[in-house]
Design a binder for this molecule. Structure first.
Ligand SMILES: [Zn+2]
Length: 170
């Protein structure tokens, strides 16, 4: 397993609408393992394939996030099949380090997709886990969590991020 380098929001791959995965093979298994290791090392709640530079419809997520258990799953070609309620809550993103912003999300969702054996899997999620699924789904559609917070706020966060980026380079 390997920890992969995570692309930041300035990378155009994060703006791509990711493509469905057709072949679920050993290569994908290795990729999923590496994405899980990368998420745990960060540490983060989830990671979409385009965050490591691959514009494919797949993400990993810690479904134990609310119970403080580590329980990471990989989901391929995920779809949100039902959504209910709405709630503002704080979010962060491994591609926008150290930035948090309030985002409106559905409180309850149903998700379906495939696991690494190609079998259909379904999840019902609420609260923070539902938020995490929606955040990762956004990545697959080329969106970032701060897209919805308004340009002015986003520009302030961008400046903050770029400043930090420069300090790290120096
Ligand atoms: Zn993210």
């Amino acid at each position: 397993m390997a920890v992969l380098s995570i692309k930041n929001w300035m990378d155009p791959v994060l703006r791509k609408k990711c493509l469905p995965i057709k072949n679920i093979d050993g290569e994908l298994m290795t990729l999923a393992e590496n994405m899980i290791e990368t998420t745990l090392a960060a540490p983060g709640v989830g990671l979409a394939a385009n965050q490591i530079g691959l514009p494919w419809r797949m993400f990993v997520i810690n479904i134990g996030v609310e119970t403080d258990k580590e329980d990471l799953i990989s989901i391929i070609n995920p779809e949100i099949t039902a959504m209910e309620g709405s709630e503002l809550g704080e979010e962060g993103c491994l591609s926008i380090p150290d930035v948090v912003a309030e985002v409106n999300r559905a409180t309850q969702i149903e998700v379906k997709g495939c696991d690494l054996d190609g079998n259909e899997i379904r999840y019902e999620a609420e609260g923070y886990l539902a938020r995490a699924f929606q955040h990762e789904m956004d990545h697959l559609n080329g969106s970032l969590f701060w897209d919805s917070i308004g340009k002015m706020k986003r520009d302030i966060l961008k400046r903050k991020f770029k400043k930090k980026f420069k300090e790290q380079d120096a």
